[in-house]
Design a protein around this ligand. Sequence first.
Ligand SMILES: NC(=O)C1=CN([C@@H]2O[C@H](COP(=O)(O)OP(=O)(O)OC[C@H]3O[C@@H](n4cnc5c(N)ncnc54)[C@H](OP(=O)(O)O)[C@@H]3O)[C@@H](O)[C@H]2O)C=CC1
Ligand SMILES: O=C(O)CCC(=O)C(=O)O
Ligand SMILES: [Mg+2]
Length: 412
Amino acid sequence: MDNHIKVPQGEKITMQGDVLNVPNNPIVPFVEGDGTGPDIWKASVRVLDAAVEKAYGGQRKISWMEVYAGEKATQVYGENEWLPQGTLDAFDEYLVGIKGPLTTPVGGGIRSINVALRQELDLYACVRPVQYFPGVPSPVKNPEQVDMTIFRENTEDIYAGIEYMAGTEGAQKMRDFLVNEMGVTKIRFPDSSSFGVKPVSREGTERLVRAAIQYALDNGRKSVTLVHKGNIMKFTEGGFRDWGYDLAKREFGGVEIDGGPWLQLPGGIVIKDVIADAFLQQIILRPAEYDVIATLNLNGDYISDALAAQVGGIGIAPGANINYVTGHAIFEATHGTAPKYAGKDVINPSSVILSGEMLLRHLGWTEAADLIIASIGKTIGQKVVTYDFARLMDNPTQVGTTAFGDALIANM
Ligand SMILES: NC(=O)C1=CN([C@@H]2O[C@H](COP(=O)(O)OP(=O)(O)OC[C@H]3O[C@@H](n4cnc5c(N)ncnc54)[C@H](OP(=O)(O)O)[C@@H]3O)[C@@H](O)[C@H]2O)C=CC1
Ligand SMILES: O=C(O)CCC(=O)C(=O)O
Ligand SMILES: [Mg+2]
């Protein structure tokens, strides 16, 4: 940590064995985020604090500690300081944190700070529950049938960032290695190709699939579906499928149904798999058949936004990045910075509020978390919504970010 970070009164959350030890006034680091991040955080923190106050009457309170990443870090720490070591140290030391979205340029420029945080802290499971709140406008006929939790592998795949731009020395070396040493003949335009590497490991797959199955067991879910493109990428995405099934047999007692490959665990949970493109049409046509989803990093990114759209969009799509072994967790919305709405106090804060709800539940503060869920349901039921829902509803009361937060607090 460093002297840019002001540590508030409070205590650290710690991990004892595999159990989180949560004091009544835990210090929780937060990153406000770029673009609409500050608008959203301002509303969200009030809602989270109000829920805790209402649930525990002052016995419990989060001590929020601001840490910096993205554009604000460059203002506080200086040019090119996008992800200061002090921020990484704070998330490491205080275990559980929350962040707003951070900008990543397309093409050149810095690599994703969001991805870097996940990799640096080894937050291997990106957990994104997708649930429907009655009254939310949806493009599908039966959005209430969508009730899935995505477990997206968060540290491997093409997100490792190993890629070489066409024409550079790196790309030429890759080309020469592949053509001359590996005997590859199928690169269509070798001299003008960029190259990327997609590492997918058995260990990385196993810890992600283990977390997904454990979640299914702990939450009384019906199935875990491994989503992959293993027909084409046989050893990476196909490996993910095979290693996932192996783990389900070895560690969870899965037995083959009708000769496999689908498995049934003692207690009834079904482990199945589906190829990613087919999955993307089936979640629209037959969403009720899918429950917990375990998938690779890039598939999980696409699936997160696609599934969010079915229940109202990424304005209401929370998430968490978790390492279940060390206890480290950073909660964050599925959406990005939505920069065109920055500073306008119009954006929907629900994704970050529901990410905070997940954080509270993770701490074991279920009463406060339940208040938030009930209040979002009630407020949407009253048709008090931000622009993203209002434009698809009949006779809504459209409110801004701050006023939506006020309505949530009033409805607790
Ligand atoms: N984890 C992270 O921090 C992430 C960061 N990013 C980064 O964010 C930046 C912008 O990315 P972009 O592709 O535009 O994606 P965004 O998710 O930022 O926004 C795309 C569109 O989604 C809708 N949307 C997003 N957030 C909300 C919200 N809270 N309430 C209502 N609607 C919302 C808006 O739709 P409409 O225009 O219809 O109103 C918006 O224009 C990029 O730099 C990207 O790298 C992206 C994803 C995740
Ligand atoms: O880091 C980014 O800019 C994008 C991340 C993203 O899309 C996601 O986490 O879903
Ligand atoms: Mg994404």
